[in-house]
Design a protein. Structure first.
Length: 170
C-alpha cells in the first residue's frame, strides 16, 4: 500500500511557495514582504529566526493619511511613498539591505509592487531589483491618475513632493 503525504496547509491553500521561501531565506538577508489589496498596501521587514519569523516593522499605506496624504491608498504613488517610509524605518532599525518577498502575487512590470521597491531603493535600502521593472517617473507621481481624472497636475506634484520631503525629513 502506498503512503500519501499531505502537503503543508499553507501550500494547499495557495498561500506559501516553500521553494521560493527557502531560496529567499538562504540569502541570509531580511525579507521585505510586500502585500497589496485593492485599497491598501502593506510592507513588512521580516527577519528569519529558527523559532519563527520576527517582524521588525510594518508600514501600511494608511500611515500616509496621518502624514497628510489626501489621495487613494491602493495606487502606484502611495505604494512608492510607503516604500520610502519603510526604507526610513529600516534605517532607524540599522538595516541597510534586504531582499524582496512578493509571496504568491504576480509580478507586473511597472505595477504597485515595483513602485514600493523603487521607494525602498530611493529611501536608501539596498534591494536587488531591475530598473526595467519600475514604473515611469510620471506614474510614480500619479500623472496618469490626474490625466484620467482631468485634474490639476501641478497640485498633485506639489503635494507628492511635500509628502516625500516629510517622509525623508528634508
Amino acid at each position: 500500500m502506498k503512503k500519501h503525504t499531505v502537503p503543508f496547509q499553507r501550500k494547499l491553500k495557495g498561500k506559501t511557495d516553500y521553494n521560493k521561501r527557502l531560496y529567499l531565506l538562504q540569502s541570509g538577508k531580511p525579507r521585505v514582504a510586500i502585500r497589496g489589496s485593492v485599497k491598501n498596501m502593506q510592507i513588512q521587514l521580516i527577519q528569519y529566526e529558527p523559532k519563527g519569523d520576527k517582524i521588525i516593522f510594518t508600514v501600511h499605506t494608511s500611515e500616509l493619511k496621518k502624514l497628510g496624504w489626501n489621495f487613494g491608498l491602493g495606487n502606484i504613488p502611495s505604494a512608492y511613498l510607503a516604500g520610502l517610509l519603510a526604507a526610513k524605518k529600516a534605517k532607524q532599525s540599522k538595516i541597510d539591505e534586504a531582499i524582496v518577498d512578493i509571496g504568491m502575487q504576480s509580478s507586473v512590470k511597472g505595477g504597485r509592487i515595483f513602485a514600493a521597491v523603487k521607494g525602498l531603493i530611493d529611501g536608501g535600502l539596498k534591494v536587488p531589483a531591475s530598473e526595467e521593472a519600475f514604473p515611469s517617473a510620471e506614474r510614480l507621481i500619479g500623472k496618469h491618475i490626474v490625466n484620467y481624472a482631468k485634474g490639476n497636475v501641478a497640485n498633485l506634484e506639489k503635494e507628492f513632493s511635500a509628502m516625500k520631503a516629510k517622509i525623508l525629513g528634508n
